[in-house]
Design a protein around this ligand. Structure first.
Ligand SMILES: Cc1ncc(COP(=O)(O)O)c(C=O)c1O
Length: 458
C-alpha cells in the first residue's frame, strides 16, 4: 500500500465516504454552513485546500494546535521514535519515555503535584479524576459548574453543564450536582454535607468562554479544603499556555489537588492526556499490590504520544510561546475592543491569552433590531453562526460558535500566531460586522437561506 498515492487518487471523496460510512448528519451540517472544504495540508496557523487556497485557522482543532499544525520539531521527534523501534506498550513494564514525560510535566507544574497518570484524551483524564476523587475520599458525590464542558463519555457527561449534550442518553452518574458560576454560598451549602468527593472546574469555561469573578476560584478551593473535597482543575483546554500562563489556575494563584491536561500536550499529532495529583491521592487509588492496575487503559503511555509530549514542552519553552500567547492575546483583545466600540451588535469581548470569546447581542438601532429578532426567532444563536459563515466564505478564516444556541464566537488561535494573523483576523471580522450592520443584506440573507435549508431537511 502506498498511502501517498491513495490520498492523492481518492482526495475529494471525503464527503461521499463520510455520508456512507461515518456521520452523514455532520457532513450535511458542514455543507450547509459552507465548511465542506477539502483540505489537503496544514502548516503553522494555516490550512490549505486541494486548490492550494490558504485558510487562517482560529478554530485550532478545538485547541490542540498550540504549536501550529505539523510542527517540524515534533514531527522529527515522532519519526525518530518510530525509527528507534522502541519496545512500545509492553504493558508489564515501566517505559522510559512515559517516565521522562512525567518528570518534565512535574517540573512544569508549579503546584507540587508530583504523581502522573497518563490517558488518551481529555474525557479520559476527567474520568480518571472522578474515580481518583471518589477513591481518595470514599465519598459519592461530585460538583460541577453550570455551562461546564468536560467531555462526552458517560462520567464526563454527568458533569456537563449543557442540557443539549445530555438529551437522549438517559440516567447519568448519580450524585452529580451543578453549581452556578460564582455562587459561593450554594457551593458551601453542598460541600457542608461532607459527602462531596470532588469539585471539578475549568478555570475559564470553554463553552461560551465565561471567565469567573476574581475571587470565585480561590474561595472555592479554600472551601473545598475546609470540607475535605478534592479540587479538580480541568485544564484540558486552558493548560499549556493557552491563556497566557502555563496554567490558567495561575491567574488566580490556585493550587488544585488534581490537574487535568490533554489536547495540545502532543502538539496535536498523537492522542494524549494526563492527570497530575499528589502522591497521597494517587496512592489511595493504587492502594494495594492487587490494585496496581485498578485504573488503566491500553494506549495510555504509548511511546509516540510520550515523545511528542516531550518535544511539545521543549518548543513551548524554547520559543517563549506562553509569553507570545499573553502578548498576542492582549493585541487580539484590544483589536476586538475597538470593533466593539464601532459595532452595536458586539456586546462583549472577553478571555485571557489566546482563548477569547466574542458575544453578540440585540442592537439598539431599529432596523438592525428587526434582523436580530428574526434571526433569534428562527434559531437562537443564528447570528453568531452567520458571522462564522461570513468569515469563512469571504475571508477563509475558521472559527466556531461556542456552544448550543448562544451568540458567542470562540477564538483559539495557535500560540505561534503573529501580529500579521491577528491583523488579518481583525480586518476580516471588521468586514463581516460591517456587512451585518447593513440590514437587509448579504449576511442576513445567508442566515435566512440557512434556516430554509435546515427546515427543508427536517
Ligand atoms: C475542558 C475540557 N475538558 C475535557 C474535554 C474533553 O476532551 P476530549 O474531547 O479530548 O475528550 C474538553 C474538550 O473540549 C475540554 O475542553
Amino acid at each position: 500500500m502506498n498511502i501517498t498515492e491513495i490520498v492523492e487518487s481518492r482526495q475529494g471523496e471525503n464527503y461521499t465516504l463520510h455520508r456512507q460510512h461515518v456521520n452523514p448528519t455532520l457532513a450535511r451540517v458542514l455543507q450547509m454552513i459552507g465548511y465542506d472544504t477539502i483540505y489537503a495540508k496544514g502548516e503553522g496557523c494555516y490550512l490549505y485546500d486541494v486548490h492550494g487556497e490558504q485558510y487562517l485557522d482560529f478554530l485550532g482543532g478545538y485547541g490542540v494546535f498550540h504549536l501550529g499544525r505539523n510542527h517540524p520539531h515534533v514531527r522529527r521527534v515522532i519519526h525518530e521514535t518510530l525509527d528507534l523501534c522502541t519496545a512500545n506498550m509492553v504493558q508489564m513494564d515501566c517505559p522510559l519515555l512515559s517516565g521522562l514525560l512525567a518528570e518534565a510535566l512535574v517540573e512544569h507544574v508549579p503546584w507540587g503535584l508530583d504523581a502522573v497518570f497518563f490517558t488518551n484524551s481529555g474525557t479520559e483524564s476527567v474520568e480518571a479524576a472522578l474515580k481518583f476523587a471518589r477513591a481518595a475520599t470514599g465519598r459519592p458525590r461530585t460538583l460541577y459548574l453550570d455551562h461546564a464542558f468536560h467531555g462526552l463519555t458517560l462520567g464526563s457527561l454527568s458533569v456537563n453543564g449543557n442540557e443539549n449534550f445530555r438529551e437522549g442518553f438517559g440516567e447519568l452518574l448519580p450524585g452529580c450536582e451543578s453549581i452556578p458560576l460564582n455562587d459561593l454560598d450554594r457551593l458551601e451549602q453542598e460541600l457542608a454535607h461532607a459527602d462531596v468527593a470532588g469539585f471539578i472546574v475549568e478555570p475559564l469555561q470553554g463553552k461560551g468562554v465565561y471567565v469567573p469573578d476574581d475571587l470565585f476560584l480561590s474561595e472555592a478551593q479554600r472551601l473545598c479544603r475546609e470540607h475535605g473535597t478534592i479540587f479538580i482543575c480541568d485544564e484540558v483546554q486552558t493548560g499549556l499556555g493557552r491563556t497566557g500562563k502555563w496554567f490558567a489556575g495561575q491567574h488566580w494563584e490556585l493550587e488544585p489537588d488534581i490537574l487535568l491536561l490533554s489536547k495540545s500536550l502532543s502538539g496535536g499529532l498523537v492522542p494524549v492526556g494526563a492527570l497530575l495529583t499528589t502522591r497521597d491521592i494517587y496512592d489511595k487509588v493504587f492502594s494495594r499490590l492487587d490494585r496496581c492496575v485498578v485504573h488503566s487503559s491500553t494506549f495510555k503511555e504509548n511511546d509516540l504520544a510520550m515523545a511528542a509530549g516531550l518535544a511539545t514542552l521543549e518548543i513551548l519553552d524554547r520559543d517563549g510561546l506562553i509569553e507570545n500567547s499573553a502578548h498576542m492575546g492582549e493585541k487580539l483583545l484590544r483589536g476586538l475592543e475597538e470593533l466593539q466600540k464601532r459595532y452595536d451588535l458586539v456586546k462583549e469581548v472577553r478571555g485571557k491569552g489566546l482563548m477569547i470569546g466574542i458575544e453578540f447581542g440585540e442592537p439598539r438601532s431599529i432596523g438592525l433590531k428587526m434582523g436580530w429578532k428574526m434571526a433569534e426567532t428562527a434559531q437562537a444563536g443564528l447570528f453568531a453562526q452567520m458571522v462564522v459563515m461570513s468569515l469563512m466564505r469571504k475571508h477563509r478564516v475558521l472559527t466556531q460558535v461556542s456552544g448550543h444556541q448562544v451568540n458567542i464566537i470562540k477564538l483559539l488561535p495557535p500560540l505561534i500566531v503573529t501580529e500579521a494573523e491577528i491583523e488579518y483576523f481583525i480586518t476580516a471580522l471588521d468586514d463581516a460586522l460591517a456587512e451585518a450592520h447593513r440590514f437587509p443584506g448579504g449576511l442576513w440573507e445567508m442566515g435566512t437561506s440557512l434556516v430554509r435549508e435546515a427546515v427543508r431537511g427536517g
